[in-house]
Design a protein around this ligand. Sequence first.
Ligand code: ADP
Ligand code: MG
Length: 265
Amino acid sequence: MSAIEAATLPMLLTELRLPTIKRLWQALAEQSNREGWTAERFLGALCEHELNERETRRIERHKVESCLPPDKRLSDFDFAAVPTVSKAHVTALCEGDSWIEQGANILLFGPPGVGKTHLIAAIGHGLIERGYRVLFVRTSDLVQRLQAARRDLRLPAELAKLDRFDLLVCDDFSYVRRDQAETSVLFELIAERYERRSIALTANQPFSGWDHVFAEPAMTLAAVDRLVHHSTIFEMNVESFRRRSAQAGLAPPAQKQKPTSKTKG
Ligand code: ADP
Ligand code: MG
């Protein structure tokens, strides 16, 4: 290759959006010359590096956009503390596949501090590693966002944006208290995603206590019906993990220390 051609390569590779090849081509070209690779092998090696890094960059982007709490991982979840939740089942959910392709849902119920948010965040991280897209939101924030969109007549566009996510995690669903208009945006979201895109939600109150979430009982019924139809339900009615940790003489949760292995099992 002439000096001029070599000098224009970085520009061409930038233009073509091939940052990995741009970074590696010189080193690989030297190796290829030294070891007498065929042109096919050289080109193949460059493409493979670009593709692998592209996948890594994609997953990194998905992690950032997900807004998942970063430190809530499956490896830190103590399954012994929640006998109703099986590790094998959760691990299978982290794989995604059929349930997520069907747009099935995950519903987690239990009092505060039992690990609902931790568990669903861990599943979210697992799914992202598998290439899925996840968005974690506090339900009250989501309602405000949808409500604002509706006021500006762009609710369909906002719902379409959420459609890009294979799983939408609505944390603290039953904390939401709202008027009729707000209630219906949440219902529209549920109806829109039904059997197409998955929803996960955490709630301190069982369905029977959701009357304040949807102002009209008929709407509550219709929403619950759609959420439950294809779903996995985790009932986590155990003692608060926070309280147990505090009683075991660990640092208060405000300091965000992880429980030590002493408390496990
Ligand atoms: P919830 O969402 O049910 O109110 P969180 O998921 O916020 O509860 O859990 C409260 C705290 O206790 C968090 O710091 C979480 O990481 C921790 N925690 C709860 N359950 C477990 C568990 N089974 N194993 C490890 N940590 C847990
Ligand atoms: Mg929570």
